[in-house]
Design a protein around this ligand. Sequence first.
Ligand SMILES: Nc1ncnc2c1ncn2[C@@H]1O[C@H](COP(=O)(O)OP(=O)(O)OP(=O)(O)O)[C@@H](O)[C@H]1O
Ligand SMILES: [Mg+2]
Length: 320
Amino acid sequence: MANTVTDTVNDTALPSSIDDTAARLLAHDYVAERALATTLFLSLKLQRPLFLEGEPGTGKTEIAKTLAAMLGRPLIRLQCHEGLDLAGAAYEWNYARQMLEIRLAESSGAGGTADGRDSLARELFSDRFLTRRALLQAIDPAQPLPPVLLIDELDRADEPFEAFLLEVLSDFQITIPEYGTVQAPPGRPPIVVLTSNRTREIHDAVKRRCLYHWVGFPDAAREAAILARRVPGAPQKLAAEVVAFVQRLRAVELYKLPGIAETIEWTRALMELNAVQLDPEVVNNTLGVLLKYQDDIAKVQGSEAARVLQQLRSEAQAAA
Ligand SMILES: Nc1ncnc2c1ncn2[C@@H]1O[C@H](COP(=O)(O)OP(=O)(O)OP(=O)(O)O)[C@@H](O)[C@H]1O
Ligand SMILES: [Mg+2]
């Protein structure tokens, strides 16, 4: 039965508690807030897909990669896009090879009898002609270990595509009309992570089958911890100022706020320029690493950047 808690050999590799989940993520340089560690722990225990929605660059995709690494599972990634269909996501029949097989059967005379035609028809829809894509690979009973299946940026796919997912998400199975039903081995479903940037709402039927977590921007302490993990060589003062600056920038009304990915990139860029702390000039010259819209850059460049810098300096002084 899918969706039940089953003690299998592989469960021993799963985290034993919320603290253990957080600690093991941290050992792979992923700094999770308590709520995420809790939802993830539960999704592993209950064998339910994890649905992550949130701001760009806040660690949604990374969690699936980290999970695969920390559990020693293969990662199977389905990048969603407009026009994605069953053939691109789950399986497809290899028509060219099927045609070739038909020609060969014809030329050998095997297609001439009713029996011959029946066996040819069966053969044409067998394993040999089935091209397995991400969803089918993820539930393939031949997989030695249940993989991590990342269904990334589901909001980019067209709405009807979500209907294809329902069977996979609730029963870890796919029904192929000409072939039969393929199901993950009982008690060993793939670990499924879905992400969305919420450019549109995902259907309730998909959400209902998952545990949900909203991935927001981190607070200053967590962002500093992430930076320490991801850019360990950053000068302390620079790292502290970068975090303080980005945190403040997120309070400015911008079209696109910088994510954690941008904080990391900016720190690396500043280090390339040998900066040991922020100053108005270096901030103005490197804003393109942090902000990707000209209107946002124009808004921050100059007086706004100077104001934010001034503010964080005076606060740092007051705290000292
Ligand atoms: N909690 C975190 N701990 C450690 N690193 C993080 C964390 N969150 C984000 N990062 C870093 O930020 C980078 C970007 O994260 P990721 O690609 O997962 O973002 P995303 O939410 O999937 O963004 P998008 O919506 O743009 O795809 C990661 O490569 C990782 O280095
Ligand atoms: Mg992503």
